[in-house]
Design a protein around this ligand. Structure first.
Ligand SMILES: [Zn+2]
Length: 311
């Protein structure tokens, strides 16, 4: 049986057996959505109150050390079951879904979140779960378990960046160079700056990715790179979106009073589905706010140009 079929069964079984997950999944059917149109692509805003824990999560070293890791099997509820992927990864349903089908793919060991050595596994998973988009949040920009290596996956046909990719590519994509059959594109779509890698050869993709990783690590003076990744397998090729972040949380996150917007952007938000756990933010957010937030959290033009020279 394929992994995709196995996880479909897992999802069905968990809906039957795990009431907390079933309730949260049901709540998603009533999730409110607003769509803002930009030139060539959309940005969706999803009002999702169940995501408050994740969006407002404290991820400082002290808090992380003192809490019980929710990805370690020993701390997970007995009702939560898994599908093994190889020897080292467990595919689990995400009990606080954003996507109609939302998974967490957790390493069997409690080891730090990082992508440097895991990129090939990450894109291999995409090939084994071809109906999903895989995503990776680095420790300092979106991972709510920065101390436990994990990815997430959600069903295709949800993220605007994936749905709008053909238009974005034509309108904003600049081919920079081909490496062993890997197409490398630089995109500045007026909101976000990012690199898109396309190709069938995993090792060749990894070679290009490592250059971006190294560059991003240097920007953080040797600390964990601020990266968000999206990946899916389509038309016989891997497609990987690499976002280098300039900032984790925009100023609006900690603003007082009317200016406050509780939005803690991670891969899904970079992909154009911004999650607001509070209704006041969902109602008041404007196109101007969205533009301002993306400009703050994306890599600066200066650093992006430096990266393009290296690639
Ligand atoms: Zn853990």
């Amino acid at each position: 049986m394929s992994y995709q079929d196995k996880v479909k069964i897992l999802y069905k079984d968990q809906l039957k057996d795990w009431s907390l997950f079933a309730d949260n999944r049901k709540g998603l059917n009533n999730a409110k959505l607003r769509t803002f149109s930009f030139d060539g692509f959309d940005i969706d805003i999803q009002y999702n109150p169940k995501r408050i824990t994740s969006s407002a999560a404290k991820v400082d070293a002290k808090t992380i050390l003192e809490r019980k890791c929710f990805l370690c099997k020993a701390n997970r509820p007995d009702v939560q079951t898994e599908v093994m992927w190889g020897d080292n990864y467990e595919i689990l349903v995400n009990p606080f879904p954003i996507f109609k089908e939302h998974f967490t793919i957790s390493n069997v060991s409690h080891i730090d979140q990082q992508i440097e050595t895991e990129f090939v596994n990450f894109i291999s998973l995409s090939k084994d779960l071809p109906e999903t988009v895989l995503f990776y949040n680095a420790p300092k920009c979106g991972a709510s378990a920065p101390d436990h290596l994990h990815f997430q996956a959600g069903n295709l046909d949800f993220l605007p960046i994936e749905k709008n990719w053909k238009t974005i590519k034509t309108k904003y994509g600049k081919n920079i160079k081909g490496y062993d059959g890997v197409e490398v594109m630089a995109v500045d779509d007026t909101l976000r700056r990012y690199i898109v890698l396309e190709g069938g050869n995993k090792e060749a993709l990894n070679k290009v990715f490592q250059k971006i990783h190294k560059f991003s690590e240097e920007l953080e003076n040797g600390e964990a790179p601020m990266l968000n990744l999206l990946s899916y397998f389509a038309d016989g090729k891997h497609r990987v979106f690499v976002f280098i972040r300039g900032l984790h949380r925009p100023w609006q996150f900690s603003a007082k009073g009317d200016e406050n917007i509780l939005l803690s952007p991670a891969s899904v938000d970079m992909g154009g589905a911004m999650i607001t756990p509070l209704e006041k933010d969902f109602n008041k957010i404007t196109k101007k706010d969205i533009t301002d937030i993306f400009h703050q959290i994306s890599v600066s033009k200066e650093n992006f140009n430096k990266l393009l020279k290296i690639l």
